[in-house]
Design a protein around this ligand. Structure first.
Ligand code: THG
Length: 295
């Protein structure tokens, strides 16, 4: 039934995380990102990185497996900031990092500061992006997230997205010598409030990628609920549904119980939590925490 499911291995200096369809879902914490956070932006602009400490702690405690790090603040030296943040975060946690930037120089600075095997976020199917970023990914022995959009468009049609995935796989493996298991496809999750069919189309794309290549996938899960009320419930349900379509990780709100609970339930129901041991111990830990508050 289908092709074998691939494993993507990323590491910090001391810890390895395996992303794969035969493993439990990989939670990539989205929080270390100044987009839409005015105060955090001002602090970063002033060279104050202390807020990152709190974001690391909250996500680690909630059970994130990997932390996404984005330092995209207008009017700053993003390369310098990202390198500093990477160094600082690696002193705070042994979780592997996903280095997130649209600026090539920032990705390089982040990678050179990083100890381990990072996940680079991201390339697209555009020749220029691949040409700029894939040599860096190779040089630093990293894995990479790839988005199936090209210069002209982000196609909505799953068939078109799959053609762009074909192109990414072809070019990255044949021209740049990437291993296919080190490419993680982001099939592009978009707001359901803007397009009724977007989630179904994204999940159709996911099934196509899993069945043809067995590749790992990730997506920005919070995008789905943008502009809607009840975001956590929507995000969690989307994740559980997408997991049945082949999604193996997500850049997501890894601090909110309602979202994590959906993912952990889906892990159990998909047979990735032996005898429900993780599910049961999460439940017991929550009970114990409640009892501690009560006394
Ligand atoms: N794909 C890939 N990378 C990505 C995305 C993606 N990186 C960035 C983004 N999308 C995922 N990261 C975030 C980080 C924070 C928030 C959402 C996505 C977030 N947003 C609040 C909101 O949407 O309302 C605003 C900030 C706040 O007030 O907390 O938190 O799709 N490969």
């Amino acid at each position: 039934m289908g092709v074998p499911l691939l494993e993507t291995k990323i590491r910090s200096a001391s810890k390895e995380v395996v992303i794969g369809g035969n493993h439990r879902f990989c939670l990539i914490g989205e929080r270390i990102n100044p987009t839409g956070r005015r105060i955090f932006q001002e602090q970063l602009r002033a060279g104050d990185l202390s807020a990152i400490e709190r974001d690391v702690k909250a996500q680690v405690e909630a059970g994130a497996d990997v932390l996404d790090v984005n330092m995209g603040v207008p009017l700053t030296d993003e390369a310098e900031l990202l390198a500093k943040a990477v160094t600082m975060i690696q002193e705070l946690t042994d979780l592997p990092l996903c280095i997130d930037s649209s600026v090539v120089e920032a990705l390089e600075a982040g990678l050179s500061a990083y100890k381990g095997r990072a996940l680079v976020n991201s390339i697209t199917a555009e020749d220029e992006r691949m040409e700029q970023i894939l040599p860096l990914v190779k040089k630093y022995d990293a894995a990479v997230i790839a988005l199936p959009n090209d210069v002209d468009e982000i196609p909505m049609d799953p068939e078109k997205r799959l053609l762009l995935v074909d192109k990414i796989v072809e070019v990255a493996t044949k021209e740049y010598g990437m291993a296919i298991e080190d490419i993680v496809i982001d099939p592009l999750a978009m707001p359901i409030g803007a397009d009724q069919e977007t989630a179904v189309n994204t999940m159709t794309t996911m099934r196509g990628i899993r069945d043809k290549y067995g590749m790992n996938m990730t997506c920005g899960a919070s995008n789905v609920s943008f502009g809607m009320p009840g975001r956590h419930g929507l995000n969690g349900t989307f994740l559980a549904m997408a997991m049945t379509a082949g999604l193996t990780s997500a850049i997501m709100d890894a601090r909110t119980e309602e979202v994590i609970s959906s993912v952990k339930a889906a892990d159990l129901l998909l047979g990735h939590d032996e005898w429900g041991m993780a599910w049961i111990s999460r439940h017991r830990a929550a009970q114990a925490a409640q009892a501690a508050v009560a006394t």
